[in-house]
Design a protein around this ligand. Sequence first.
Ligand code: GLA
Length: 395
Amino acid sequence: MKTITSACLLLLLLSPLAQLRAQDSQEPVQSNGLALTPPMGWNSWNKFDCNVSEDLIKQMADAMVKSGMKAAGYQYIVIDDCWQVSRDKEGNIVPDPQHFPSGMKALADYVHSRGLKFGLYSDAGTKTCQGRPGSRGYEFQDARQYAAWGVDYLKYDWCNTGTQDGHASYLLMHNALLQSGRPIVFSMCEWGTAKPWLWAKDIGNLWRTTGDIYDAFSRREHGLGMVEILDLQAGLESFAGPGHWNDPDMLEVGNGGMTDTEYRSHFSLWAILAAPLMAGNDLRDMGAATREILTNQEVIAIDQDALGKQGSRVWKNGDLEVWARPLKDGGRAVVLFNRGASQQTVSIGWEDLGYPAYLSAAVRDLWQHKDLGKFTGKYSAAVASHGVVMVTVKP
Ligand code: GLA
């Protein structure tokens, strides 16, 4: 009798219906516990496109240290698309032997020897966006391989995915990375297609919210410049927090398509958004202004604030707007932003920051590195065209 019951139970468990139920059961996803503040690092794509090699990556790791970027908190060196060429007979992913002759383990070791962490890129579909082999059908094998090489970060793209389901595809690689036994930050890059902020909290550590950034202040109808990406972040603030961040795409600071004033705005706004700070420029020959922007410790401290609350747009009137986020110490970080063609005065009232108007609060300018004194009810500043004034307000 007992044998019959067990056999029945086994049959039931193996039935398609039971399998369907198991998938539907919404078992809680185990998060990887990483990226409690937004990841900071460098990625090859914005500047170098497909032109990646081990020499370039080594030079970038050296420059990350030498330039002061590492000291400022940047950690990950991530190779984007085009490092892979094929799969071998066993299905193992093969790095381009011409550009990465020493292999990925040696390169990861080099990056680690500089006190940095190492990242790679793959794609949930059959091919990457540049037509290299994707991870579809090889998720666990690839994750084991990354772990064996010493990979610390995986950016996972969404090209050539046909009818694949976003949630299922990213969950699969999330599980594969967890089972690899190595802590690997999981950067989801499905461009906001299936609104990952609604379902990826425990799956990805960061998820792209939009298509690719273009190195321009504004692109209007031609694509996504910095301000078009910014506008698409409004309303997403409640979905981010420690371990799971909205990703408005990598930084263009230093790539030449914007003025230094505009790059200062880009960096300040990304910090208010608690965005991952992935530099996308050539770290080997940064000008003084680029370095000063990317290593501004006071702005980085806002991005990395331990409360992990993404900022929101708290006031807007035409070309003028104010973005703010609450900080762990009870203060606020505030960006006064002017999209207009000429300098204008922008004000922030305490009530828009959630403070009573009678409060006296200390204001500090994070680009001038200067305490501005105590203010009651509001703070106003002249803001340059396309520029920001970024302050903290502390009662
Ligand atoms: C997509 C991604 C980019 C970059 C390229 C590489 O467009 O959104 O960030 O990774 O693919 O091909």
